[in-house]
Design a protein around this ligand. Structure first.
Ligand code: UDX
Length: 468
């Protein structure tokens, strides 16, 4: 098929590359000439493990990149994968969606039935909006000349290729018969996992790639749009919940790692998304929960559970800051080293991360901050120009002469640091591990004043024995 993906961000570039690998003639279309040039030079416009290699292998063969909307004329399907950032009131800003729809309308071929697919996370009802904009700018009729579909993206940054080639589910909202047929054909290779051999895909698997084939779930458009929001909000609720339980565990002397393991053995609960943290963040959860809450208020159908999860998440950021204050007493004149600025490992995405909230609170309380991140420093610095942070290019440099080291993101390189060397660099040996990923028994032996979240014991946990 002739596929066009509008937008070369996380969604568009990954989706485009994947369809090109699976044999479709795919063009990524972006108004940003720099990103297009990067792709044409065989480079990924974003940091995502394996994506550079894939773009480099397929660009000019079945993958193309352009700024020219003229490619829409030949398209069988057009994915809209542009950004939908939050407005000040929490609702999604659909400016880029509107612009894309307008341009599609100007270039769409009246003699070729094309399926327009919203892949960005967009509020319920956006397919109707896009259809009406295309109708106005083209003078064509939805369902006569083109059809709408919703196909939300569930990719996790850092594991995007795995999620695109080995998804658990593919959700397609389509009501037009032709659109339904086209969508199924488009996904045939993914649904049946065929033609995957010899594709030089460099996967970073987080779970068993031989798991069951994906479920292809066809539904109406509005339900598909809602599935994405409801899923992300549910995951946010799950993490907020485990983080609250972690705080209670810490108060009562229980161990959250043990508790989460025991809870996760119940398949109704599941063992994923029960890992303690300083709070969820990133480019999706904050924006999607904000939009869902704003919409629910607008229609007087309030989602109190989601609101509580958002409030609780802010409390979790504050809890981490309070913990550091309790330990160091006053933060005036204290040096604190931060490990990790991205919202999770294996991404350079530093949008709306908990690090920005926590660092600001620490600076406001008088601390001086040194920070490191393997891939996220440039974006973090650009997005947080007002934060007075000393950025260091080597993780060890964060630890010189500091009163505390705070691990916020569990990048693999932090797990394998020379902690005995770190200990000797520090002014006082307080180490706060907000992901409970370091070996506390070992760190205590080295003389660290180690703390995790929701754990009390100074002995090795069962998890550590299992791992070691
Ligand atoms: C999320 C959804 O998982 C994905 O399906 C959707 O398409 C986009 O939003 P992503 O934002 O890439 O993906 O990150 P995810 O791995 O879901 O993590 C979100 C946040 O939750 C991160 O801050 C992460 O550190 C945190 N988290 C996750 C926890 O604190 N504990 C956990 O157990 C899991």
């Amino acid at each position: 098929m002739n596929v066009v993906c509008i937008g070369s961000g996380y969604v568009g570039s990954v989706t485009g590359a994947a369809f090109a690998v699976l044999g479709h003639h795919t063009t990524v279309l972006d108004i940003d000439q720099n990103k297009v040039d990067q792709m044409n030079a065989g480079k990924s416009p974003i940091y995502e493990p394996g994506l550079d290699h894939l773009i480099n292998s397929y660009i000019g063969r079945s993958l193309f990149a352009t700024t020219d909307y003229g490619v829409i004329y030949h398209a069988d399907v057009v994915f809209i994968g542009v950004g939908t950032p939050s407005k000040a009131d929490g609702t999604a800003d659909l400016t880029y969606i509107r612009l894309a729809a307008q341009s599609i309308g100007q270039y769409v071929n009246p003699d070729k039935f094309v399926v327009i697919i919203n892949k960005s996370t967009v509020p319920v009802g956006t397919a109707d909006l896009v259809a009406s904009i295309i109708e106005e700018s083209s003078n064509l009729k939805v369902d006569t000349h083109f059809a709408m579909a919703s196909n939300p993206e569930f990719l996790r940054e850092g594991y995007a290729l795995e999620d695109v080639f080995f998804p658990e589910r593919i959700v397609v909202g389509a009501e037009n018969i032709h659109a339904k047929k086209v969508m199924k054909e488009l996904y045939f290779n993914v649904i049946n996992r065929v033609e995957y051999e010899g594709k030089s895909i460099d996967f970073q698997f987080s779970h068993n790639p031989n798991a069951a084939l994906p479920i292809y779930y066809e539904t109406d458009i509005k339900s598909a749009e809602m599935i994405k929001y409801a899923s992300n909000a549910f995951l946010a609720v799950k993490i907020s919940y485990i983080n609250e339980i972690a705080r209670l565990c810490e108060t009562l002397g229980a161990n959250i790692t043990e508790v989460a393991t025991g809870m996760g053995m119940d398949s109704r609960i599941g063992n994923k998304f029960l890992q303690v943290s300083s709070g969820w963040s990133g480019s999706c959860f904050p924006k999607d929960t904000a939009e869902l809450l704003a919409t629910s208020q607008k229609y007087s159908c309030e989602l109190t559970v989601v609101q509580a999860a958002v409030d609780s998440n802010q409390q979790m950021h504050d809890y981490v800051v309070d913990k550091i204050k309790r330990k160091l007493k006053t933060l005036n004149g204290k040096n604190i080293g931060i490990l990790g600025l991205t919202f999770k490992p294996n991404t350079d995405d530093a949008r709306k991360t908990q690090a920005s909230v926590i660092i600001k609170e620490l600076i406001d309380a008088g601390a001086r901050i040194k920070a490191h991140d393997p891939h996220g420093m440039a974006m973090f610095q650009q997005l947080n120009p007002a934060l007075d942070v000393q950025y260091v290019s080597n993780a060890i440099d964060v630890t010189y002469n500091v009163d505390a080291v705070v691990l916020l993101t569990h990048w693999a390189e932090y797990l394998h640091m020379d902690w005995s060397f770190v200990k000797n660099n520090m002014r006082s040996p307080y180490l706060l591990d907000t992901r409970n990923v370091l070996k506390q028994g070992h760190l205590h032996q080295l003389g660290f004043d180690y703390e995790g979240l929701g754990i009390h014991s100074t002995k090795k946990t069962t998890q550590e024995f299992v791992r070691s």
